[in-house]
Design a protein around this ligand. Structure first.
Ligand code: GRF
Length: 204
């Protein structure tokens, strides 16, 4: 299965997906990485792995979000992509792209949804005094950080945690569950049992 990844920045989840897909028995291959920011570090990382990487900056299209998304959609289709993974893609999608890829577009979010959709999830979890936090891979629907959940991982919130320490603990789990969720979506029959994961809980 050919997969396209949309990024905006450092691309560590993108890299986790690329690394997983480099394994011969992984049921998906990364065909293309697209960033809406030309300066995204993730573009260089993708190229270092030999993955085609393209900047399609939103600002090239001014306020015309539809034209920007049409260009992204065309690039994904030209590359033969069948599934799209959002990995730190920081631009809101319009219904155009969401509907075109319905059931075939995944997102990773740094909280245990439905808790803390939106930004600053780690600070909000700390402020709430949460004892458990984590991350979620879900199918993308028109509502931001909503949609059917494919995988989650929980981590403990520890005494003395800062936003940074908590984010790092969650990020390590993001890098585990995103490749696992993509594998279980694309290759259920061919995937070893330990990759067909719907809950990964390092707390227990
Ligand atoms: C991750 O925390 C992801 O969950 C969120 O944005 C961040 C992207 O980080 N959607 P990276 O670009 O994958 O390193």
């Amino acid at each position: 299965t050919r997969v396209g990844i949309l990024i905006s920045g450092r691309g560590s989840n993108m890299q986790a997906l690329i690394r997983a897909a480099e394994a011969a028995d992984y049921p998906a291959g990364i065909a293309l990485v697209i960033s809406n920011r030309a300066d995204a570090v993730g573009l260089d990382i993708a190229r270092q792995h030999g993955v085609p990487a393209l900047a399609i900056p939103g600002r090239d299209f001014g306020a015309d979000r539809a034209a920007h998304e049409a260009a992204i959609d065309a690039a994904l289709r030209d590359a033969g992509c069948e599934i799209v993974c959002l990995a730190g893609y920081m631009r809101l999608l319009t219904p155009f792209l969401v509907h075109n890829w319905a059931g075939k577009m995944l997102n990773i979010h740094p909280s245990l949804l439905p808790a803390y959709p939106g930004l600053d999830t780690h600070a909000r979890a700390l402020a709430a005094g949460a004892k458990i936090h984590g991350c979620t891979v879900h199918l993308v629907t028109e509502t931001v950080d909503d949609g059917p959940i494919l995988a989650q991982a929980a981590v403990p919130v520890l005494p003395g945690d800062t936003e940074q320490s908590l984010a790092a603990r969650v990020l390590a789990q993001e890098h585990r569950i995103y490749p696992a969720a993509l594998a279980s979506l694309t290759g259920a029959a061919a995937v070893p049992a330990d990759r067909g994961i719907s809950l990964i809980n390092p707390c227990v």
